[in-house]
Structures are given as structure tokens and as C-alpha cells.
Design a protein around this ligand. Structure first.
Ligand code: ASP
Length: 135
């Protein structure tokens, strides 16, 4: 399965990383969204960092990670709103999945249109983990 991460350091540098096993029964030679910068993975200091999981073909078509950061940078949206908009576009095309996003101040969101998404967060105050929607 996919492991994706976003992070901010004490100097405000943002980073994103995504690794994946691909999709079940994928075609030989298929390249998914995970290694494509702007599809499942993107980071821009002062704006946001994104890591995505899901049906890669749809994430590539929407350029999900770059789209989210562009909405934050150019439209002034929160990372949560921008992520929801991008995932709505993925859903319209028939795909599902989710993202972890963090903004330039360290605010973060998990947004997904799949049934659940294994996820967690660590900061100096502790750790939180979840799978399904949070109450
Ligand atoms: N997004 C990946 C792909 O399409 C699948 C995954 O979520 O790991 O290759």
C-alpha cells in the first residue's frame, strides 16, 4: 500500500513524499501518480505540501497535488478547502482516494472520498491516528 507523508521543519520548510505498490492487476510498466511531481506529490515553501493515495490515473488527470497548492497560493483557499475541491474533481471523473496536506504555518488536514484512510500525525504535543471519518 501507499505511505505518504508531509512535514514542516522549524524553519518553515515544507516537504512531501509518496511511495506505493501501485494498483492491483496493474499493467506491466504502468507508472502511477505517486512518483509524478504535481500528481500525488508536491511541496512549495510558504504554500503547502501534499501527498495523495488513490486511483492514480484520476489523480494524474487532475494534477491533484499541484492543483491543491495552486488553489492555496492563487485563490487563498485553506488547504482543506483546496483539497476537497481537487478530490471533488477526482470523484467527478470516477476516482477515489485521499490526501494529507499541510500549509505553510503547519496547519494540516486529511481529506478523502474513500471509505477510510489510514493516517496519523505527530508533533511535539503528541500523536493522533485514525482510519475512518473523525467524529
Ligand atoms: N496512487 C497509487 C497508484 O495509482 C495507488 C496507491 O494508492 O498506492 O499507483
Amino acid at each position: 500500500g501507499t505511505v505518504g507523508a508531509v512535514a514542516i521543519d522549524q524553519d518553515g520548510n515544507l516537504a512531501a513524499a509518496t511511495t506505493t505498490g501501485g494498483m492491483t492487476a496493474k499493467a506491466a510498466g504502468r507508472i502511477g501518480d505517486s512518483p509524478l511531481i504535481g500528481a500525488a506529490t508536491y511541496a512549495q515553501n510558504g504554500v503547502c505540501a501534499v501527498s495523495a493515495t488513490g486511483h492514480g490515473e484520476y489523480f494524474i488527470r487532475v494534477a491533484v497535488a499541484k492543483t491543491i497548492c495552486a488553489r492555496v497560493e492563487l485563490a487563498g483557499e485553506s488547504v482543506g478547502d483546496a483539497a476537497q475541491s481537487a478530490l471533488d474533481q477526482v470523484a467527478e471523473l470516477g476516482g477515489d482516494g485521499g490526501v494529507v496536506v499541510i500549509d505553510g504555518q503547519g496547519g494540516y488536514e486529511y481529506v478523502f472520498n474513500s471509505k477510510g484512510m489510514y493516517r496519523g500525525m505527530i508533533d511535539p504535543d503528541g500523536i493522533e491516528t485514525a482510519i475512518f471519518e473523525q467524529e
